[in-house]
Design a protein. Structure first.
Lengths: 99, 133
């Protein structure tokens, strides 16, 4: 890695930390639960980018699986929380009912 | 090649910061959802594309998992945002007080009933606003 890219990636990881810090304000103090889930979803997506930049700075490619895993878990968690807050359950038992 | 990687990564960080400022500053859950889901998806995908180009060009290993993560984000983030908006609408999260037309509610309960109920709700909301102030 040359010096230019090193500086760029250090600036990028500082910027991602700032972005996640700003978003965590809405996680702690959202007026409703849905605000918190929106901010948590954005936080998880930003965490993927941070781990990508971090794997470049550490010069390893083992952390790339972690990006994929956090993406899947964050998306499934968001969908499950949305469905739970809407209906009260996550998995439909009676799929013919109209509720 | 370094300049392309730097441009992609820095623009992605810029979009992520814009997304989080939007999540904090916008007045309403629905507009916050709009900011979070659109710009953070674009930001993270361009950052991951920059990381992918870096590993391809400097370490010469073709990381297929990163491309898979980018495609997965593009597929799953709109679905999650859609389900969140639907869930918030059905659990009566209030829209912003300057919202003038609620089309989904009009289509669900019919136009004639909407006008009366909307008047009542608008009056209640005005009273609550005055009480809060």
């Amino acid at each position: 890695m040359n010096l230019f890219l090193n500086i760029v990636f250090i600036i990028a990881i500082v910027g991602m930390a700032i972005a996640m810090g700003i978003a965590s304000y809405r996680i702690i103090r959202g007026p409703t639960l849905h605000d918190k889930i929106v901010a948590l979803d954005a936080f998880g997506v930003m965490l993927m980018a941070t781990i990508g930049i971090f794997s470049v700075l550490l010069d390893t490619s083992y952390l790339i699986v972690v990006i994929m895993l956090i993406g899947m878990l964050g998306a499934i968690g968001t969908i499950a929380m949305a469905k739970f807050l809407e209906k009260g359950w996550v998995i439909d038992i009676d799929r013919d009912s109209d509720e | 090649m370094s300049s392309i990687i730097a441009l992609l990564v820095l623009s992605g960080v810029f979009f992520s910061i814009i997304a989080s400022i939007g999540v904090v500053r916008l007045p309403d859950m629905y507009s916050r959802l709009h900011a979070a889901s659109i710009s953070s998806t674009l930001g993270v995908s361009s950052v991951l594309l920059g990381v992918f180009l870096y590993f391809w060009y400097f370490d010469s290993n073709f990381e297929m998992t990163l491309l898979l993560a980018i495609v997965f984000i593009f597929l799953i983030a709109p679905a999650g945002a859609h389900m969140l908006a639907r869930s918030a609408f059905h659990s009566d999260v209030e829209p912003y007080k300057l919202t003038i037309l609620n089309e989904l509610r009009r289509d669900e309960i019919g136009y004639e009933e909407l006008t009366e109920e909307d008047k009542i709700k608008a009056e209640e909301r005005k009273k609550n606003q005055e009480l809060e102030d």
